[in-house]
Design a binder for this molecule. Structure first.
Ligand SMILES: C[S@@+](CC[C@H](N)C(=O)[O-])C[C@H]1O[C@@H](n2cnc3c(N)ncnc32)[C@H](O)[C@@H]1O
Length: 407
């Protein structure tokens, strides 16, 4: 098909239907599905096509004019938000409580469609979050060819120049990263660690060794300190790590002497909390593939002899455990967006844990894996969903899985 046939830029009016996973809503045009950004369910809008050709199964578009607004529509607080502009947020044009309803609808739909589970889902703000703004403690700003910093447009390499980002913390923006040029860099990472630690700015590609930041996590009855590579994984919402660990500890209730496995362990957040709960008579096996994260985890967990940090891909590291007949009382898994997958879920079930906490940043991958868990004899006992990424379409779910009784 020739590029002349692209529908890019063509416009039509449409009724906007339900929200869909990915930060857009579903509309129909000429019998075809259109994923429309910058729209809300129930609206009538003028759509401009941003991706698609005549033969495609679906199109993508932006709502460039709102003909009948939703009662939940607001003027976006961010002046860089809107069609063709910064792609960092998806729902700046909706009031914050409604954005959480949209996310809850997405989680519920994924569970229904992929796991056959009907569940009423609530997406809760992370404790301490007031209006969904100024929460992001880690931001990778893009840099254009001329060295100017900004953020990327949606599904594009284009850099949109910005002098502020309303979801970034004041400390991130106050680092001055947006008021100077970055010649020779393709991106700049800014990390504002919790507490009083200095803000770290790392131009990418990094010329020197990437620095380490310190993070302190305190939740009811437990606290821990962590050193994390400034470009390594750490939750970006300042309340997220403590909220997730607190929930996982309450739900799993690890007891002294128990054995636990922490899959996709990162810098050792869950492994540390589990280790302190099971004590030295218990054990924790943490598995992580990234070399820098493994080094950070080994340092963070060095004072806990009951922990072993094993470097490897979870997909490969689980099989030998199963073959050796290893058992574990508890499993925590916190995989990347792609989820764990069938083989990992089958293998973790083969460790016969009494409970599993699945921390998930993608509800579709979670729902698929919950279905695999059910095949392996583990049912969904509870699910909580947290708005750990306000105004974006992202969220974090924590599912607790337990062995299903016979019958
Ligand atoms: C969402 S992060 C979770 C980190 C940690 N649990 C935390 O809360 O800070 C996912 C982690 O999985 C690691 N990872 C990704 N794919 C992996 C794989 N196949 N095997 C092991 N670790 C993997 C990443 O390096 C990253 O540290």
């Amino acid at each position: 098909m020739s590029s002349e046939e692209s529908l890019l830029g063509s416009e039509f009016e449409a009724e906007v239907g339900n929200v869909a996973h990915g930060g857009h809503c579903v509309a129909r045009h000429d019998g075809r599905v259109v994923f429309v950004r910058h729209a809300l369910p129930g609206e009538r809008v003028r759509v401009r096509v941003t991706e698609g050709r005549p033969g495609d199964r679906f199109l993508r578009g932006d709502a460039v004019e709102v003909l009948q607004p939703s009662p939940h529509r607001v003027a976006p607080p961010c002046r860089f938000s809107g069609p063709g502009r910064c792609g960092g947020c998806d729902w700046q044009h909706a009031d914050i409580s409604y954005t959480r309803e949209l996310k809850a609808a997405v989680v519920a739909e994924q569970l229904r469609r992929l796991a056959g589970i009907d569940l009423e889902v609530t997406v809760e703000p992370v404790p301490g979050d007031v209006d969904g703004l100024r929460w992001r403690t880690r931001v990778e700003f893009a840099v254009d060819r001329g060295g100017a910093p900004g953020l990327r447009a949606h599904r594009s390499h284009d850099v949109v120049g910005v002098d502020d980002c309303l979801i970034a913390t004041h400390r991130v923006v106050g680092s001055g990263v947006l008021t100077r040029a970055w010649p020779g860099s393709t991106a700049v990472d800014v990390v504002a660690p919790s507490g009083t630690g200095d803000v770290v700015v790392v131009p990418v590609p990094a010329a020197d060794a990437v620095p380490t930041v310190r993070e302190h996590v305190a939740t009811d009855g437990w606290s821990g300190d962590f050193e994390v590579g400034a470009r390594g994984f750490w939750q970006v919402h300042p309340g997220a790590a403590a909220t997730f660990v607190g929930h996982v500890l309450r739900e799993l209730a690890p007891a002294p002497g128990e054995r636990a496995v922490d899959l996709y362990a990162g810098a050792g957040l869950f492994a540390a909390a589990l280790a302190d709960a099971v004590g030295e008579e218990g054990s924790v096996l943490a598995i992580e593939s990234d070399a820098r994260a493994v080094a950070d985890a080994r340092r963070n967990l060095a004072a806990r002899p009951q922990v072993e940090v094993r470097r490897g891909k979870v997909d490969r590291a689980m099989r030998p455990l199963v073959q050796q007949g290893i058992r574990s009382d508890l499993v925590v898994l916190d995989p990347p967006r792609s989820g764990a997958g069938k083989a990992v879920v089958r293998d973790l079930a083969a460790l016969r844990p009494r409970a599993v906490a699945y921390v998930a940043c993608d509800p579709a991958a979670l729902a698929r894996d919950v279905a695999y868990a059910r095949e392996a004899g583990y049912g969904l006992r509870s699910l909580r969903a947290f708005d750990a990424f306000p105004f974006t379409h992202h969220m974090e779910c924590i599912a607790i899985l337990e062995p299903e009784g016979p019958g």
